[in-house]
Design a protein around this ligand. Sequence first.
Ligand code: SDX
Length: 405
Amino acid sequence: EKGLRVSDKGFLNTAVIHSQITYIDGEAGVLRYRQVGYPIEQLALHSSHLETGYLLIYGALPSKAQLKLFESEVMHHSIVHADAENFFRSFRYDAHPMAMLTSAFAYLGSYYSEANPSLQGQNLFTKSDPASLANMDKQIYRLIGKATTLAAMAYRVRQGRDFVTPPSGLSYTGQFLYQMDHLGQEDYRPSPVLEKALDVLFLLHADHELNASATTVLQTGSSLVDPYSAIAAGCASLYGPLHGGANEAVIRMLISIGSPENVPAFLEAVKKREKVLSGFGHRVYKTSDPRSFIIRKTADEVFKVTGKDELLETAMALHDAAIKDDYFVSRRLAPNVDFWSGLIYRAMGFPYDFFPVLFAVPRVVGWLAHWRQMMLQEGGVKIWRPRQIYVGAAKRDYVPTEKRE
Ligand code: SDX
């Protein structure tokens, strides 16, 4: 095939789009959303997840009025149809919450035909038509607002508890924690420290350029399927232990190591490729993942409320040994966003298999930012259809069954 160039396995160093959304400098360990401010630290300190979501999706920090409208629309759309209860109750009692959430996003799309180009036979979202932009915004509000509710429903059904509708006036993470942890106490309110810590974690997980799940959303969305189905596809990609499932894998790894004394033996097993050091390494960051430093600091804030996690000593021993060990240094492997986050979620009482859900929920704003950018791109949407280099069998004739050995 003339003119075809094979990109390395796993799209290594293959740029497939131009984007204005997130900037990463893997060598310098820099992450910037829409190049606002200094690296991610500034947003983590001063912004909120929803304000950052607005920035990612619409390209600029919102005015006070724009933020107020965005927040109220998202919170207004956080309610789901009552039938969703039957949907969640249809799962086996021990279904993985990421399987539930992935399915739930696609299920959600079945309610909104106005968002479904397949039903309308055309691309519904065009920059020039204000009505179509308003339609797009409404789907964006719905997906962000309902992501926490769907996640909380997956959690409640796993805990064998009824679903709860949070009171109005709570923050995005406040209403999420309320739905998760409310056990009938009249005046229950989540801890403000945990609410803020979860908002910082959500903000840090909001977007990360063209990672595997964002690419999946764009690959799927390029066929003009509805945004709910495209987000469901991204959620499926994030479920994997090489991607968003790593935060769950880190905790299981720390439990299996057991204590700081066992760290050297574990690292030897990793070097023999018998084990994987989850939470380390990154396709783009080759010096450090700036998010991991902020999450490490946030962990100390959370531990002041929840008490220190006994796995922290093992995690610190593992971290301190690996960052000095030539095997990892020579392969430029540093802690990534997943190394410390699981300790926070465990200290906050979330079940381990719920950790990837806590990655997927905030990542919805990043996926939507990429999806909206593609829908509104100059020249319209082109379906993503990569080529291949055929290296299979040469031409040969059909052999009837009776003549085959
Ligand atoms: C996320 O892309 C994103 O932006 C993702 C993300 C986001 O915000 O969306 O940042 C979120 O997914 C973070 C990554 C979470 N995954 C993990 O923590 C799982 C453990 N990490 C590895 O699986 C791995 O580091 C990847 C998948 C993250 C990156 O893999 P690459 O870029 O394909 O690296 P590689 O496999 O080519 O590794 C290079 C070398 C290899 O050694 P050699 O064969 O050359 O001798 O490093 C080794 C690898 O074996 N290696 C590891 C390792 N990661 C890479 N060895 C031990 N433990 C590891 N974690």
